[in-house]
Write a protein that binds this ligand. Structure first.
Ligand SMILES: [Zn+2]
Length: 339
């Protein structure tokens, strides 16, 4: 297991971003800051944060549009003492990579709660239409404004729930690999990660009605899910076959949210692992998370192709895929009602 740096500060409440200036000072962040944000998220929060910082910091701005390696190169050319990512996954991932390469600290200020990359030490970037995952450092602090996040579209919130629910089959794959290949495995990290799914179940009504309690629990779960990967020194606690399936869907140009894709992958994987897939389906239904090709807005054929293509994604990682043939994958998708 790793000794990766963890965030020094995690703040989840409704007015924390108004204190950004003091938060930076408390974390010994001074000098020139680049506020990395998106076109929409600049209007939602990025501009406000820049205005608060002008008094005590030299402020520069960088807009992320697609989350690409080209944007990493452009941001790398801007001198700074620290970075603040204000936005969704693409913005945070570009910031993470630049901060890691140049060994400068960064703050994560998510405007959505759609996946567990908010506080993780991993980033995913686009280059020539492909997605690449890479290791980075975790943010020095995570400042999640509940008021902003609860007003984001519900499909982003349900995607965040899907990314947590998918941990159930990621853990099963990790367990399986430790039995079959002797891969290092931690019961403690598994239990912590599994408890996050219980939290989503317990607070499902609150999450669905987007009240402060529910959204706070979702954000907390996503942050802890990201931190579990730092503890494990790999993405294993949160990424198994269901994530390989999602990456395969990305390669086939699916435009669905990551959290929705991995949730559908988890449904198929739970059938293959012979665990209670029906209770997972019921939870997806309750939270309005897509659970079949129609709700994802895709064709049956794309799902079938993605299942087979999953074998080519991270083939070094032992998962339930290693024990099943292609036709068994298709049958699992049919039996669970995904296709
Ligand atoms: Zn994920």
């Amino acid at each position: 297991m790793s000794n990766t740096k963890l965030p020094k500060l995690i703040s989840i409440n409704s007015n924390n971003t108004d204190n950004i200036e003091h938060i930076c000072e408390d974390l010994d962040l001074y000098g020139t800051v680049v506020v990395v944000t998106g076109t929409k998220t600049k209007e939602i929060l990025g501009k406000h944060i820049e205005n608060l910082l002008y008094r005590n910091f030299r402020v520069k701005e960088f807009i992320v549009k697609i989350g690409s390696t080209d944007e990493v190169k452009l941001l790398e050319n801007i001198d700074s003492d620290f970075l603040i990512a204000v936005g969704g996954g693409k913005t945070i991932d570009v910031t993470k990579v630049v901060a890691y390469k140049h060994n400068v600290p960064f703050l994560s200020v998510p405007t959505t709660a759609s996946h567990d990359g908010i506080a993780s030490n991993r980033a995913s970037l686009r280059s020539f239409g492909q997605h690449y995952s890479m290791e980075t450092d975790s943010p020095i602090g995570v400042i999640a404004n509940v008021d902003i996040i609860k007003n984001s579209p519900y499909e982003l919130i349900s995607a965040g729930c899907g990314d947590i629910i998918a941990n159930i089959t990621a853990i099963k794959d990790w367990e399986l690999s430790s039995k079959k290949t002797g891969e290092s495995y931690s019961q403690c990290i598994s239990s912590m990660t599994m408890s996050l799914i219980d939290s989503i179940k317990t607070y499902s009504n609150d999450i669905k009605s987007r009240n402060d309690i529910g959204i706070t629990e979702l954000i907390r779960s996503l942050i802890l899910s990201g931190i579990s990967m730092s503890f494990a020194g790999s993405s294993r606690p949160c990424s198994g076959f269901e994530h390989m399936f999602s990456h395969a869907m990305d390669q086939l140009n699916s435009k669905c949210f990551h959290g929705h894709q991995v949730a559908v992958g988890a449904l198929i994987s739970s059938y293959l692992h012979d665990i209670d897939w029906m209770s997972i389906r019921d939870l997806l239904t309750f939270l309005n998370i897509p659970k079949n090709y129609k709700e994802l807005g895709l064709s049956k054929n794309l799902i079938k192709k993605a299942l087979v293509l999953s074998r080519e994604i991270r083939s070094d990682r032992y998962t339930i895929l290693n024990e099943k043939k292609d036709d068994e994958l298709i049958i699992a998708a049919e039996k669970t009602g995904v296709i």
